[in-house]
Design a protein around this ligand. Structure first.
Ligand SMILES: NC(=O)C1=CN([C@@H]2O[C@H](COP(=O)(O)OP(=O)(O)OC[C@H]3O[C@@H](n4cnc5c(N)ncnc54)[C@H](OP(=O)(O)O)[C@@H]3O)[C@@H](O)[C@H]2O)C=CC1
Ligand SMILES: O=C1OC[C@@H](O)[C@H](O)[C@H]1O
Length: 384
């Protein structure tokens, strides 16, 4: 990391889709990096694009009137410009990287267009509708020597690094045998059926929207467990209850990691909320780690260390807390800036290979659950 007196590397963002998550992302790009002890990178917001120019203008006014933290600090003089379409953002000469905050169904086409314009891409989760779409994007990015990453922001939390040290270096709970994780939100009775979360034409339902987060805890604790040697999960089982529209209301799935003798049992529903106190539980032979709501953004975890033995054992509790300034999307933005500064085309915390793997898991879960997208939604499919 550079000293505070040196000028930071500035990454210049173009944001497309002026909706909910783009708004949180833009606000986090404005936050001073010093609030998270960062001084080597900073962010400029060069352009924001919406299907409506007025909406893009309002977006800038409401989230980033001066631009990102690099503009606020005076490292970049220009202010963000509003565009009434995405193409003008993709083509903007002051933009290094495109942040894509559009619905799942648009991710493939928007990312493809951004790459074709020669821009790096940070693509919201789920990266695409299926594995084949993401493989195609990954190949395109590689051939054009452009950075591409799925925006699974949770992976970049300092909490995650500490958790992996506790589990893998310290082996605080012994051998990990079971991971349960749930992310559920009561969308069904609280958002209209036309909303992207429930609308089959926008690939609605729990799995693709909420599923990346239970899955992230299985990936971080089992897939990335050194003893697993990056072996993909086997024996995937899944069950869905679907709405009459075809979207999944409930999805439960399991992943086995034979090298660890471990299983992940993961779930989502859009009918009720997850419980507050424990949404993720990592159980080992010598205790457990529990993480509270929200599954996507925990700011604490509790280690319960115990002896091995039959039946629940007495434990000693150790609580670790990691305050989050803003939403917490800035850690992934900083990581992306460092990758691009250093000439890397992917980030080791969210490599292309892991997105390909997780999209393949979702394909399988959808197949087992009988979730079929409406015709024409998938832009690339594998031959059956
Ligand atoms: N990382 C995270 O924590 C989160 C990630 N997400 C992901 O981000 C993506 C967007 O989610 P969210 O921000 O909640 O969604 P919103 O509906 O709030 O915003 C999506 C934006 O995409 C644009 N858009 C383009 N095509 C369409 C279309 N056909 N229908 C509706 N909007 C369209 C619109 O922007 P415009 O009108 O300006 O063109 C819209 O405002 C999803 O894929 C979701 O999974 C969502 C929430 C949190
Ligand atoms: O963090 C989240 O919470 C709400 C969801 O709709 C969203 O897509 C997800 O990323």
């Amino acid at each position: 990391m550079s000293s505070t007196t040196e000028k930071p590397y500035v990454l210049r963002w173009g944001i497309v889709g002026c909706g909910g998550i783009s708004s949180s992302f833009a606000k986090d790009l404005v936050l001073a990096p010093s609030t998270r002890n960062v001084s080597d990178v900073a962010h400029a917001i060069a352009a924001c694009g919406s299907r409506s120019l007025e909406k893009a203008e309002e977006f800038i006014k409401g989230n980033c009137p001066e631009g990102g933290c690099a503009q606020v600090a005076g490292y970049v003089k220009s202010k963000p410009v509003a565009k009434g379409n995405y193409e003008d953002v993709f083509k903007h000469e002051d933009v290094d990287i495109i942040y894509i905050g559009t619905p799942h169904t648009s991710h493939y086409v928007d990312c493809k267009a951004a790459l074709e314009s020669g821009k790096h891409v940070l693509l919201e989760k789920p990266a695409t509708l299926n594995q084949a779409e993401f493989i195609a994007l990954g190949e395109m990015a590689k051939s054009k020597k452009l950075f591409l990453m799925e925006a699974v922001w949770t992976r970049f939390f300092p909490l995650v690094q500490e958790l992996q040290d506790v589990l893998f270096k310290e082996q605080a709970i012994g051998e990990i045998r079971r991971v349960n994780s749930d992310f559920s939100l009561a969308f069904l009775n609280n958002v209209p059926k036309t909303h992207r979360l429930l609308n089959p034409e926008l690939a609605g339902g729990g799995l693709l929207d909420l599923g990346p987060y239970p899955l992230v805890w299985a990936m971080l604790t089992l897939f990335q467990n050194p003893k697993n040697e990056r072996s993909p999960p086997t024996n995937i089982t899944a069950s869905m209850i679907k709405d009459e529209s075809g979207i999944d209301l409930f999805t439960n799935w399991t992943l086995d990691f034979p090298k660890l003798g471990a299983r992940a049992a993961l779930s989502v529903t859009v009918t009720v909320n997850s419980p507050k106190d424990c949404v993720t539980r990592i159980q080992g032979t010598k205790g457990e780690v529990v993480l509270p709501w929200p599954t996507a953004r925990p700011d604490t975890f509790t280690i319960r260390r115990s002896q091995e033995g039959l039946r629940p054992q007495p434990y000693v509790e150790d609580i670790r807390t990691f305050p989050i300034v803003g939403t917490g999307l800035h850690w992934e933005a900083d990581a992306v800036a460092r990758s691009i500064r250093d000439g890397r085309l992917e980030n080791e915390k969210m490599p292309i290979s892991e997105t390909i793997l997780t999209m393949g898991i979702f394909d399988k879960v959808r197949r087992l659950g009988g979730y079929v997208f409406p015709d024409g939604l998938e832009k690339v499919t594998t031959k059956k």
